[in-house]
Design a protein around this ligand. Structure first.
Ligand code: ARG
Ligand code: ZN
Length: 466
């Protein structure tokens, strides 16, 4: 969620449609070259073709005095075609060596593509490992909306954030939401610092002036949700009423201002469970770092990251994403309203649950404050009509997305609406989804034809009538 609601939406007058993969070998059915991208309309080079990653294991050391990362990423994958060559996504760094199945392979770099040329071809369905050794000063990745991601400095450490394309700024990956994998990290840092990541902590080990930390994410995770934070954290723990461990890492400078929202995590997860079904992961918690210039919070899996002291709404927004975004993930970036519209609408539902104004009042405020001639309505948010990557996190995606859900609720009634939400999250758990799937689920549960409704709310550059 954004810190300020004043981002400038860039309205494009022409739409880019149907971008296709530019990678070598794409579309050539018999090629043994994995494509260099998956052809996303906004990020055509994000991800790669020819294989599916099962697990990442990033291990390394961080030298804060020199801002230097020395790391090896070990990848377990399975080929989805015969392969003589394939790519990983990696941004920056000097690559020392690349091995496939423990044998060195030739590699080359071009932009975000790290291309591996195999000595021995892989056959479709072969399992294989890749080890990439790399080092250097991580550089931030600048997004089409001007914000920074990747391995970012905080006032007293670093935070690694990856939506939509920052994860290759700290580990080589198949960087696309459809290739989920388990993930673990082992990071060595000076002993005054603590390392936090997704999932559950392993043992930490002191060795003279250094400490090594390990964390493991055992549930499938999209690369953009991987995180790592290094700083002088204060750790705290709690449990939800269902027994889910809550593990928080808070920058001491922000402890007082974060305390109220952090204390409500168990209660929020309990309530979210009543809306979206059982919590999908092994643990939960918050990472609060001091990096206000980043300007956004991120739903990093199991442990969302806040770059300033969060308030309740920001907290419940990022926790909602654990169901809508992290467990149920979009199948391509232009589907973003399925993440942000849902998390945004959850804020309205939470406010009502928490004794504030009703979701209807929140809808009325938003709808009423945006007259039909407001430029807000000229930008649609549907996967085929969202104009370009610079508006991926625009106010429209969040707010028009939330309004769409409330309008749906008013149309189909509470009973069907909450069944739709819950079926959505439970039947798509750990999967990837599209708007077309949401429309057909909503139609099935409500017994209505909803094509016109969704095209009005998502795809029409005009204020929908009520
Ligand atoms: N998904 C984040 C949220 O909870 C926002 C991420 C914004 N990222 C960016 N690169 N602009 O709203
Ligand atoms: Zn969000």
């Amino acid at each position: 969620m954004w810190r300020r609601a004043t981002q400038i939406a860039v309205i494009m007058t022409t739409l880019t449609v149907g971008a296709s993969v530019a990678g070598d070998g794409a579309g050539a059915g018999s090629s043994t070259v994995g494509s260099s991208g998956l052809g996303d309309r906004f990020f055509p080079l994000g991800g790669n073709g020819g294989y599916d990653v099962l697990d990442y294991d990033v291990s390394g050391r961080w030298e804060p005095a020199r801002s230097n990362l020395v790391a090896t990423t070990h990848i377990k994958a399975v080929a989805t075609q015969d392969l003589t060559q394939f790519d990983l996504d990696l941004r920056g760094f000097d690559v020392q060596s690349v091995e496939v199945n423990d044998r060195p392979v030739r590699f080359s770099r071009s932009g975000q593509e790290l291309t591996l040329k195999l000595n021995k071809a892989l056959r479709n369905r072969d399992r294989f490992t890749v080890d990439v050794a790399y080092r250097g000063q991580p550089q931030p990745v600048i997004d089409p909306d001007g914000s920074s991601e990747g391995w970012l400095p905080t006032s007293d450490g670093i935070t690694a954030l990856g939506e939509p394309q920052g994860s290759p700024g700290w580990f080589p990956s198949n960087d696309y939401p459809t290739d989920k994998a388990t993930f673990s990290v082992e990071m060595t840092v000076p002993k005054n610092l603590t390392v936090v990541s997704n999932g559950l902590p392993g043992r930490s080990q002191r060795n003279g002036p250094l400490t090594t930390y390990t964390w493991t994410e055992n549930k499938p995770m999209a690369t953009y949700l991987a995180t790592l934070a290094i700083g002088p954290f204060t750790m705290s723990t709690a449990r939800t009423s269902a027994g889910i461990p809550v593990i928080n890492a808070i920058d001491p400078a922000l402890a007082a201002d974060s305390a109220a929202a952090v204390a409500r995590i168990p209660e929020m997860v309990d309530w979210l469970t009543t809306v979206y079904g059982p919590y999908p992961f092994d643990s939960v918690g918050a990472i609060v770092v001091d990096a206000p210039d980043v300007g956004y919070a991120l739903e990093t899996q199991e442990r969302p990251t806040f770059t300033w002291a969060p308030d309740d709404l920001t907290m419940v927004h990022e926790l909602a994403h654990q169901w809508v975004g992290d467990s149920v993930s979009i199948s391509s970036w232009p589907e973003m309203w399925l993440n942000e519209g849902f998390a945004g609408y959850t804020e309205w539902m939470w406010t009502e649950h928490d004794g504030g104004q009703t979701a209807q009042q929140s809808f009325d405020d938003a709808y009423g404050s945006l007259p039909a001639d407001d430029a807000f309505w000229t930008q649609p948010i549907g996967p085929g009509t969202l104009p370009d990557a610079s508006v991926l996190f625009s106010n429209q995606v969040y707010l028009r997305g939330a309004m769409t859900l409330h309008a749906l609720r008013n149309l189909v009634g509470d009973d069907a609406f909450f069944r739709i939400l819950r079926t959505w999250t439970t039947s798509n758990r750990y999967g990837n989804v599209s708007t077309a799937q949401f429309v057909s689920l909503a139609e099935r549960i409500s017994h209505r034809s909803l094509d016109d409704f969704f095209s009005t709310w998502l795809d029409t550059p005009a204020k929908p009538a009520l």
